[in-house]
Design a protein around this ligand. Structure first.
Ligand SMILES: *[C@@H]1O[C@H](CO)[C@@H](O)[C@H](O)[C@H]1NC(C)=O
Ligand SMILES: *[C@@H]1O[C@H](CO)[C@@H](O)[C@H](O)[C@H]1NC(C)=O
Ligand SMILES: *[C@@H]1O[C@H](CO)[C@@H](O)[C@H](O)[C@H]1NC(C)=O
Ligand SMILES: *[C@@H]1O[C@H](CO)[C@@H](O)[C@H](O)[C@H]1NC(C)=O
Length: 181
């Protein structure tokens, strides 16, 4: 019994420890998503869209990249309706039913036509088309010193939360071990 519990807890920690929250800045330095593309997403990861400036939406489209038309085939294709509330943050969670490639754009005015769109790729789809998983943010307004954390940095930033969870988990584990051993 205790062993089963131990195994279950270890499995759930292992799964949790490898998920990543990828930040995407909305409207940072212009009508852009930064970074524009994220590749190698896994089930359990999330993309955290955070409003920095301006009126923008996050709306799903169909292929190809840069299509500025809301998808009619995807249910709930409006991830976030247009808002200009700075600090709004919306999670797009990668689940087992997320398609291998997700195209999205801002449907406000001509923002998308001006380049405000992005692509999210699951790991399973990343090899075939886009060989370089460049997360270099496009910064049409001449760059900025306050670029957001890269996904890699975010991963390490999340380690605080992960070790917090591990500590809580270890406590629970000891508790249950005490009960069942
Ligand atoms: C994002 O991906 C699209 C194709 O999927 C590509 O055309 C575009 O150049 C990429 N942007 C960046 C900044 O790599
Ligand atoms: C999403 O980003 C916002 C703004 O940085 C932050 O406050 C929030 O904690 C993030 N959410 C997650 C799940 O990381
Ligand atoms: C995404 O996952 C978080 C927990 O990680 C949950 O609180 C949130 O409701 C989910 N968002 C959606 C749109 O499913
Ligand atoms: C993608 O490439 C990596 C490394 O070359 C490989 O391990 C992985 O199996 C590939 N995935 C697919 C879906 O081909």
């Amino acid at each position: 019994m205790a062993r089963l519990l131990l195994a279950l807890l270890l499995v759930s920690f292992a799964t949790f420890a490898y998920t990543t929250v990828y930040p995407v800045m909305v409207g940072q330095g212009g009508n852009t998503f930064t970074p524009q593309n994220i590749t190698n997403l896994k089930v359990g990861d999330s993309v955290n869209f955070t409003w920095v400036n301006g009126m923008h939406s996050v709306t799903l489209s169909d292929a190809p990249a840069g299509t500025c038309v809301q998808s009619t085939s995807i249910q709930n294709s409006e991830i976030q309706a247009p808002t200009n509330v700075v600090g709004t943050s919306v999670l797009f969670n990668i689940t087992s039913s997320t398609p291998p490639t997700v195209w999205y754009f801002c449907r406000v005015l001509q923002h998308c036509q001006g380049g405000m769109w992005g692509v999210l790729k699951l790991e399973s789809a990343s090899n075939s088309t886009n060989p370089s998983p460049s997360s270099a943010p496009k910064s049409p307004n001449g760059g900025s010193s306050s670029q957001p954390a890269t996904p890699e940095k975010t991963s390490s930033a999340n380690k605080g939360e992960i070790s917090g969870a591990l500590i809580i988990g270890s406590g629970l584990l000891m508790y249950f071990a005490g009960l069942f051993l």
